[in-house]
Design a protein. Structure first.
Length: 257
């Protein structure tokens, strides 16, 4: 059902079963997948693609121009996958040309009220951003990460898979996968054991990740020597440990410790 007060550009592609609430604005070139529900007073800007089965709540701003002084009105994109929940007053921005031209959000993510995703971010699947959580530009969030309420992540940082950030955390360096981080400048507080168990990681994998954590971050070794020690240990044969090592090796901003 499309409410008669909604303003929809005739070039927008609206699939079957889409609901659009009162006073929402859908601009030209927008595409919305089957079964997606758009609440009242939502603005979806040109260059936005939304998948199927999403829920967009009232007063959300989807696909607005990037908050970047170098942006000159170029055509860029925001791509949103399937079955995402976008709560009220969430802001999701499209990309810049310099950042690749495409902000990408995967599937089954949950953006709570007032959360913000800036230009050129790449967000995986089943990520949770709690109320007021904020991402700067060019951020990578891997699958199943949780960003606590009012947490703020600096541009170009990465948050690893299954990591969890406490509320009010300030992130200025990469947070490795599977870890817990908290603080005004994020520090690691061990493995996200509860989250890993909820996702049915084996005891063997959890023990291996704990050993890797202790060696890399709590042994007193330099990062280079600690990484080498883990790489030479049998635990490095476990895919999650290998992912942890690869994530750290690819860091450009440094690793929260």
């Amino acid at each position: 059902m499309i409410h008669p007060t909604a303003i929809i550009d005739p070039t927008a592609e609206i699939s079957g079963g889409v609901e659009i609430g009162p006073y929402s604005v859908i601009e030209k070139g927008v595409s919305i997948g089957e079964g997606t529900k758009v609440g009242p007073h939502v603005v979806i800007r040109e260059g936005t693609e939304i998948g199927k089965g999403c829920q967009v709540f009232q007063f959300s701003s989807i696909g607005e121009a990037p908050q970047f002084l170098g942006y000159k009105g170029e055509k860029t994109l925001l791509q949103i996958g399937d079955h995402n929940i976008i709560r009220e007053f969430t802001t999701l921005h499209r990309a810049t040309v310099k950042g690749g031209g495409k902000t990408v959000i995967g599937n089954e993510n949950f953006f709570m009220a007032y959360s913000h995703v800036a230009h050129d971010c790449q967000i995986g699947n089943q990520v949770v951003m709690a109320n007021g959580a904020t991402l700067g530009g060019h951020i990578l969030i891997e699958d199943h990460a949780i960003i606590g309420g009012l947490a703020a992540v600096h541009q170009f940082c990465r948050i690893g898979a299954h990591a969890i950030l406490s509320g009010l955390t300030g992130v200025s360096q990469d947070v490795p996968p599977y870890m817990m981080a908290a603080g005004s400048r994020a520090k690691l507080y061990g493995l996200n054991t509860v989250g890993l168990k909820r996702h049915q990681f084996s005891e063997q994998t959890i023990r291996a990740l704990k050993k890797a954590y202790r060696t890399i971050f709590r042994s007193g070794l330099t990062l280079e020597k600690a990484m080498k020690a883990v790489g030479e240990d049998n635990i490095s044969l476990i895919p999650e440990v290998r992912h942890l090592l690869d994530f750290i090796q690819r860091s450009k901003r440094g690793i929260s410790r």
